[in-house]
Design a protein around this ligand. Structure first.
Ligand SMILES: Nc1ncnc2c1ncn2[C@@H]1O[C@H](COP(=O)(O)OP(=O)(O)OP(=O)(O)O)[C@@H](O)[C@H]1O
Ligand SMILES: [Mg+2]
Length: 291
């Protein structure tokens, strides 16, 4: 595995390539362990069958949208039972959008985020991101796409426990091949932006949940991704810190960054320009909050 983002290996496909950076090896090891723990319970994700995917909206040039999902289904097998977690999801997001996906616990938000972020694949449907048909891409191409375009803030922060805050934030830059001095500078800058300049050498277990979340946000932004994908970014935060994070997101969006934020909190969702509701794996309605 060559990046800091947990990726479920697909059955019958090559694992992700080695990082190629000597110094990344120990982080990578720690990272792999973290991933293994995180996904110990998870079944293999079956490949989408591109031949069965429908092709709606063929008249729309895919290059005009940041991504487009058409009729996405996702199933999980639990024992003998097949549970449908996402049902016929159709969703288009333009570059520069700020979208909230709002729904109760268990409605499929994180599952949808994993598919949007190309960490998981749908069982049915078509997903085009930046003009590229995701099902047709190799693991290496997907890994490059993620590293280049997407910053992830995971629901439970997923900081590596054996690295301090600074090294956690530097990690994506190590995989991007950024030289040490430059990556330390950029990581420090990001930690300052989230107000953690005095916590750079703290480890995750020495940081509150809110501060861990801010480290995770700094890590997501350090590569300057075009898309920020954030799963419950204010989840473990007190109100004041939550507001600061929302101000930061609105500023980033004002600067042109595309943001997708997952939340179960209507007040938080209202910071976005658009809100879509997900209930029992179905997108039900859309509200425009800010023009
Ligand atoms: N790897 C998995 N294997 C089996 N079932 C899963 C898996 N991941 C999620 N599920 C199930 O899929 C459904 C949707 O889960 P998901 O994590 O996407 O919900 P969520 O909306 O993010 O919930 P929360 O707000 O609690 O984070 C749940 O019923 C969950 O138990
Ligand atoms: Mg979730």
């Amino acid at each position: 595995m060559s990046e800091y983002i947990p990726t479920r290996k697909r059955a019958g496909r090559d694992p992700l390539p080695a990082a190629g950076y000597e110094e990344a090896a120990s982080q990578e090891e720690a990272y792999e362990e973290a991933c293994e723990e995180a996904y110990a319970e998870a079944p293999e994700a079956p490949m989408a069958d591109a031949a069965e995917a429908e092709m709606p909206g063929e008249d729309i040039d895919p290059a005009d949208v940041f991504f487009r999902m058409s009729h996405i289904d996702k199933f999980y097998n639990i024992g003998d039972e097949r549970m449908q977690v996402l049902k016929d999801i159709c969703l288009s997001v333009e570059e520069g959008d700020f979208l909230s996906i709002l729904g109760p616990s268990g409605s499929g938000k994180s599952t949808l985020m994993n598919i949007i972020g190309c960490l998981d694949v749908p069982n049915e449907g078509e997903y085009i991101l930046r003009g590229q048909l995701i099902e047709s891409m190799t693991e290496n191409e997907l890994s490059d796409l993620r590293n280049r375009e997407i910053g992830f803030v995971f629901q439970n922060s997923q900081l590596l426990p054996r690295l301090d805050a600074l090294r956690n934030v530097e990690l994506p830059l190590i995989y991007a091949g950024v030289p040490p001095r430059e990556r330390t500078r950029r990581a420090k800058e990001m930690l300052e932006m989230v107000g953690l300049q005095d916590r750079m050498h703290h480890y995750a277990n020495q940081l509150s949940g809110g501060k861990q979340r801010r480290v995770a946000i700094a890590r997501a932004l350090v590569t300057n991704p075009t898309l920020l994908l954030a799963d419950e970014p204010t989840g473990a935060l007190d109100q004041k810190t939550g507001r600061q994070v929302m101000e930061l997101f609105r500023r980033l969006n004002g600067e042109g960054r595309t943001i997708i934020m997952i939340t179960h909190d209507l007040g938080i969702a209202a910071n976005a320009r658009r809100v879509v509701h997900i209930i029992d794996g179905e997108l039900t309605e859309e509200e425009i909050m800010h023009e």
